[in-house]
Design a protein around this ligand. Sequence first.
Ligand code: ARG
Length: 563
Amino acid sequence: MDFIKTYAEQITDTLNNLLTLDDVIELIEKPRFNDQGDLAFPCFSLAKQLRKAPAQIAQDIANKIKHDLFEKVEANGPYVNCFLNKNMASQNILQTILKEKSSYGSLPIGKGKNITIDFSSPNIAKPFSMGHLRSTVIGNALANIVEKCGFKAIRINHLGDWGTQFGKLIVAYKLWGNEEKVKEQPIKELLSLYVKFHEEAEKKPSLEDEARKWFKQLEEGNSEAQNLWKWFKDESLHEFTKIYALLDIHFDSYSGEAFYNDKMANIIQLLEKNNLLTQSDGAQVVELKEYDLPPCLIMKKDGATLYATRDLTAALYRKETYQFDKALYVVGQEQSLHFKQVFLVLEKLGYEWAKEIVHIPFGFILKDGKKMSTRKGKVVLLEEVIAEAIQMAKKNIEIKNPNLENKEEVAHMVGIGAIIFQDLKNERQNNIEFSLEEMLKFEGTTGPYVQYTHARACSILRKADHKRQAQITTALDDEYSWSIIKLLMDFPSIIEKSFIHYEPSQIAKYLLDLSKEFNKYYSHVKILSNDDGLEGRLSLVEAITIILKEGLRLLGLKAPEEM
Ligand code: ARG
């Protein structure tokens, strides 16, 4: 049952179709204070058409509405406030959730449509940075969210596996490298070679020429260069895969930049045919003066292609291969200009679908107020951070629940969950402060807090060991349950909002609210102590476990039943 829609229908009827149903739905608000009811319809916008004061209009509408689902409808100044029939609404929503289980909140918006999501996309032979972690976590949540909205999600890891840095690495490896060391700790070792290259090149600039030569060899298919590149790539990918396994994140494609090496001729031809290429200092560019943007670099003097050339090629390839209706790129805000340029070039080529490509930027991760940087070898290795989080989670669990059986497994879920939630509870454009201690707290606005609430609810159900009845006959009429019921009713619209704004934080914040309300309920209402109304209370608790678990799943967190 959609309460807002029912209310909107009633209002539309009283207005003799002066507004459409959608207009009315759009206007309906959820009042912040309980004495203003559960739904409110503001009448300001009707004053002109009806030539009446908004308060009078509100009064007229209120007088005309009568429905079983509403306990009362009353005018309050220019608003028509609606109080839902708590009993009916509670029964209705709980029955729906218990029946639909984890599919409650699924929406049909994307039926038959595809969305590609380009996320994570780390650079080979470099560490998995905190920025890549953000992209990974946000992208994964968005993929889950669009699926919940009925779309088919195609998860793409656009690996940074091509570029001049490979020339530098080859030179460095040949001069100072050691095979065993690379095999032992590929990312650390390759990074230190890379750093050493830059140090040495400052003293001896000819190394740069060497590197350019080797990159050219690589592009031309020289087998020594190719083999080294392939080896670096395999070793790095192996490391990245470990991180994805820890996070339980999967991709449909790992086709990165190198994949497009033999596919770029087409886009260059197209640009030529459309007279879009101009010469600039020997390089080929697409001018974007009319948008007040610097030109998009397509080809360097020496014929080498660029990051943008690959992204243009990839966009065409993805459109053809996946027939996307929307294409999302979850990449840090520092690449905004790049994506603007790429999308505009596609538009200039006349592709209508260029409007459906969206860059989804996000802010930085800060440590003690400073940006965490991977340059100059000062890196925080993500794997180590994850291991530490799991370790700390284990300590917390040992204090809270020393007898827990599968401690290791739960510590894993909690440690990883803490890292993911800490990121997703913030609006993605904000910078976020990284503190393992903060994110692992079992109280406060953390992942473990939501997981703990879920486990607490599960433990009530275990204790009750109840047999679920189809009908929830008992009234849930205390204010604590009503706050929960209202949140449960909101879940589908939260999913929709998180999709519309590409904002997983909507769901994270919602889960925090729901947890808070449940914990209030838990401390004020004796759930198990008497049989009177037990069934209704248990249904409420079960519905909460379903929604918390599903919400956590959408964000990429597990929900242990005990912790
Ligand atoms: N590898 C790039 C980086 O680390 C991110 C790639 C994002 N995706 C894309 N299609 N450009 O900066």
